[in-house]
Write a protein that binds this ligand. Structure first.
Ligand code: GCB
Length: 604
């Protein structure tokens, strides 16, 4: 897999993590300056805080909503960050990795003036060994240049148009267009850390699980080490939740069986959802401990038929949400209170799943999904692809590799979503998605592949490459606006057509209505809570009919919460299809869904 991507930085008796989060110095390029000025003038050679136009910027966070500057909010181009940190003398004989949980979109990293790391793509980690560039027992400078400019060959796609007519526009004025419906938040979005490891260390662990004879858990594992020295051995202890050893094994790969195992169950399918064992992975050299990593593992199986999605041998019905990483002020920046609140709301609703629409979410959030038993459809950042070419395909495949590398061991992830709403009725889409699918299956053949489409059963050219179909539908909203009474018929007719044409399990992965909390009007009128309620009820009648014929494996409302978009002429402030407000307060739709989801739950 991605060789330069290793394990999530977790501390152990041999491993140490130093976070570089906090206030960093930050600078944007003024309109009248050349966008490359930072590179030309080597801004990475000395700290930015020697200049007056440098402001403090929190990391992690998007930079857009932090200041009172419209220019910074709507900025398109390179921004510069830097920070300093001390490296203790006793790290001299260690291996040190500099890691970014994510930064959006293109990132160039310098350490003490040397370019140590480059990355393209906004929602996945990147890292490099940097011990050769550190100054031990001294202050060190890390400088980061980030560009949020999207183009036809970035994933996702977008463009910047310069308005050069100075009679009409101020000098340097530009407009950005994105091919997706959420704000192009940018900055250092997740933790920046230094990961201090022994010279000989574990670089990767892959686990897959199986269930035999309904009670025996099977864990297959492979461990990769940084140094192939023959004297190093690998010992695996399997610990239960209380820390007791229940099995062990020797060797860099192997199969471990656990009799009477406790399985990883989705929330509401078992009184004890999200159960995980811990693999204590130990490297020893002549009997002495060299490195230790604690890898969680949830034992579960996933399988699909033409009509069912099956977890641990039982049919699973997805009830939940399309989500976003989005909140006021921090934008897409990692925010632990928001993550905790969202999981509490998901459980309060009686939901069992969500989709990481339209990009991979933070590892901290995914850890919570693993631990709580919330099922995840893990989506790569390919949203709204509208022109297929080889450069795009190359980037798309690279991001899929990084996503699978990062999340391959997670029990919560039951499917990979390779795209959302591409122009999949185009001729080239067929070949393009066959290549995407071959690539993804080559990396992981234990999970089904899916993608969300807005196209139809008779013109979608992506579905043939997938195992499960996600259909986004906006009857009563973008079509027949204001007429919820047509929804049930439209929906059931359409899903039956999809089923008869493709014979694959189907999830309705988006449906919903923009809703202003507190707005009431009956007979129901668009944007009111009354309209939202009525629209949801008509969909649910349709879902129930399809379910009784076994034609649906899930329903995800769009969206969990209101979220920021570019400015538009329809009803102000962003996308209002959240069943919660952006501040996570319930609208009328949340009450309706809460009753429905709990009524569908297996264990209340
Ligand atoms: C969609 C997109 C989603 C949008 C949504 C909407 O089909 O997949 O990203 O936010 O519609 O509200 O228009």
């Amino acid at each position: 897999l991605a060789e330069d991507l290793r394990l999530y930085p977790r501390e152990s008796e041999t491993r140490q993590v130093k976070d570089l989060d906090g206030f960093w110095s930050f600078r944007v390029i003024p309109l009248e300056d050349d966008q490359n000025i930072g590179f030309t003038n080597k801004w990475y050679s000395k700290p930015l805080d020697q200049r007056d136009d440098v402001i403090p910027m929190p990391v992690p966070s998007s930079y857009n909503d932090i200041t009172q500057s419209r220019f910074i909010r709507d900025y398109s181009g390179w921004v510069w960050y830097d920070n300093t940190f001390f490296v203790p003398i006793d790290w001299t004989h260690k291996s040190v990795t500099l890691r970014f949980g994510s930064a959006h979109y293109q990132t160039v990293v310098y350490l003490n003036g040397v370019n140590v790391l480059n990355h393209t793509g906004g929602h996945l980690p990147f890292e490099a060994y940097v011990d050769g560039h550190l100054k031990y027992g001294e202050n060190n400078l890390v400088t980061v240049a980030i560009s949020n400019v999207l183009s036809e060959s970035t994933v996702p796609q977008g463009s910047v148009t310069y308005k050069n007519d100075t009679k009409l526009y101020p000098k340097g004025f530009y407009e950005t267009t994105t091919n997706f419906d959420f704000f192009n938040y940018a900055g250092i979005h997740r933790h920046v850390s230094l990961y201090v490891l022994p010279q000989v260390h574990i670089t990767d662990i892959t686990v897959t699980t199986d269930i035999k004879d309904t009670t025996t858990g099977v864990i297959s594992y492979t461990v990769i080490r940084s140094n192939l020295s023959a004297s190093v051995e690998c010992i695996i202890d399997v610990l239960d939740k209380k820390g007791n050893k229940v099995a062990d094994n020797k060797g860099f790969s192997g199969v471990i069986t656990i009799t009477n195992a406790t399985f990883w169950w989705p929330y509401t399918m078992d009184p004890n959802p999200g159960y995980q064992y811990t693999l204590k992975v130990l490297l020893t050299d002549s009997g002495k401990t060299v490195d230790v990593y604690y890898q969680k593992v949830g034992i579960r199986t996933v399988r699909v038929t033409d009509k069912e999605f099956i977890i641990n041998g039982k049919p699973f019905y997805f009830r939940g949400f399309g989500k976003h990483e989005d909140a006021n002020i921090r934008g897409k920046g990692l925010d632990l209170p928001i993550i905790a609140k969202d999981f509490n709301l998901i459980k309060w609703m009686g939901a069992n799943s969500f989709r990481t629409s339209h990009y991979p979410y933070s590892e901290e959030l995914m850890d919570m999904a693993d631990a709580e038993g919330i099922v995840v459809i893990d989506e790569c950042p390919a949203v709204g692809l509208h022109a297929f070419n080889d450069v795009l395909l190359g980037k798309h495949l690279a991001l899929i590799t990084e996503m699978i590398q990062r999340d391959k061991n997670r029990p919560s992830v039951v499917m990979w979503s390779v795209a959302n709403e591409p122009l999949s009725d185009q001729k080239e889409a067929e070949d393009y998605f066959q290549k995407v699918s071959t690539h993804a299956r080559g990396l992981d053949n234990t999970r089904p592949l899916t993608a969300a489409t807005k196209k139809d059963f008779n013109n979608d050219k992506m579905s043939a490459a997938l195992d499960v179909l996600m259909i986004n539908r906006y009857y009563g909203w973008y079509s027949d606006t204001g007429f919820p009474q047509v929804i049930e018929q439209h929906l059931t007719t359409n899903i039956i057509d999809w089923h008869n044409t493709h014979r694959k399990p189907i999830i309705v992965s988006e449906y919903g209505a923009d809703t202003v909390p507190g707005l009431h009007q009956d007979p129901a009128y668009v944007f009111s809570e009354d309209y939202e309620s009525e629209l949801l009820m008509h969909y649910h009648r349709g879902f129930d009919r399809l379910r009784s014929d076994g034609l649906l494996v899930g329903e995800h409302v769009w969206n969990f919460a209101d979220f920021m978009t570019t400015q538009k002429t329809t009803l102000g402030k962003a996308n209002r299809k959240g069943i919660f407000t952006r501040e996570r307060q319930p609208k009328a739709g949340a009450r309706i869904l809460r009753c429905r989801y709990w009524a569908l739950a297996e264990v209340k």
